[in-house]
Design a protein around this ligand. Structure first.
Ligand SMILES: C[S@@+](CC[C@H](N)C(=O)[O-])C[C@H]1O[C@@H](n2cnc3c(N)ncnc32)[C@H](O)[C@@H]1O
Length: 273
């Protein structure tokens, strides 16, 4: 496998990074031995993980395109953005609205370095190095304040991000703070690793992946469907509800490229009235 020769400054390559492990699952090249070690263990327990990671990216593109086209959303705040990969959020949004504003937020130095390099020529897109568990700090960041008009609807995108907040109450609180500050007509799109904890096959697989991930990323928590839905606060989740990422398609057309049986990545979208 290809690997980076020069890590960006501040990057500790001796410890795996969740952003790089996810990028490795997607077939990216920004990884080191520590990332490959945990990735190898994950693939032993769940060989289809790369497929599911790709389905999550496909969902992200679908939901962003849908929000831009059908709801004329032209402002996006992407929390836990991850390493740039093929067809990033701003590219999907700006295909519909060429001046769509996108602010990415991540606290991983590899992500910030690569994200900023990618966006150097894009005046409508910014990359903020911040901890998304601090909503006030994020929403008052200069790039957010100058990049987004918080008096017009915004799409808050949290793709595979909130399972990095270990305490459910904390995750609910920070969601409440974001939702409170978003203007009416805004949307929230969440994808999240789900463990139904019902003893069935998907739960057993989710258990095995969760236990493996926790050895390297102790803060990571999978959640039950009800717990994930609680992250939307009082907002009503739009059709088709909370479903596996390959099954999310508001037009009712089949969205999955494949069946992806066992996929425990779930998603839902809600709108603030
Ligand atoms: C699994 S990746 C998801 C990437 C992308 N959202 C996607 O779904 O394709 C999770 C990302 O969340 C970031 N992250 C985790 N906790 C964070 C925090 N407290 N603040 C900012 N970013 C965080 C990680 O650095 C990583 O890039």
């Amino acid at each position: 496998m290809e690997q980076l020769s020069e890590p960006p400054p501040l990057v500790d390559v001796t410890r795996p990074s969740v952003a790089r492990v996810y990028d490795l699952l997607l077939g990216g090249k920004d990884h080191y031995a520590s990332d490959r070690a945990i990735c190898g263990r994950l693939l032993e327990v769940a060989p289809d993980l790369p497929l599911w990671a790709r389905e999550n990216r496909r969902w992200l593109r679908r939901v962003v395109g849908w929000l831009a086209r059908e709801h004329r959303i032209d402002q996006f705040l992407d929390l836990g953005a991850g390493l740039p990969t093929a067809q990033n959020l701003h590219q999907v949004a700006q295909r519909v609205h060429p001046t769509a504003k996108v602010v990415y937020v991540d606290n991983d130095p590899s992500v910030v370095a690569h994200g900023r390099a990618l966006l150097v020529d894009n005046e409508h897109t910014a990359f903020v190095a911040a901890d998304f568990t601090r909503p006030r700090q994020v929403l008052t960041d200069e790039a957010v304040v100058t990049g987004l008009d918080l008096h017009r609807p915004v799409a808050l995108i949290e793709a595979l991000a909130l399972h990095h907040v270990p305490e459910l109450d904390h995750a609910r609180q920070l969601q409440a703070a974001y939702l409170d500050m978003l203007p009416s007509g805004s949307f929230v799109a969440i994808s999240h690793a789900c463990n139904p904890r019902d003893g069935r096959a998907t739960a057993r697989l989710a258990d095995a992946v969760e236990q493996t991930l926790i050895t390297s990323f102790p803060d990571l928590r999978f959640r039950t469907p009800d717990e994930i839905l609680s992250l939307f606060g009082d907002l009503r989740v739009l059709a088709p509800g909370l479903v596996r990422v390959p099954d999310w398609n508001p037009s009712g057309e089949p969205a999955a490229e494949n069946d992806a049986e066992g996929n425990f990545l779930y998603c839902a979208v809600a709108r603030k009235p």
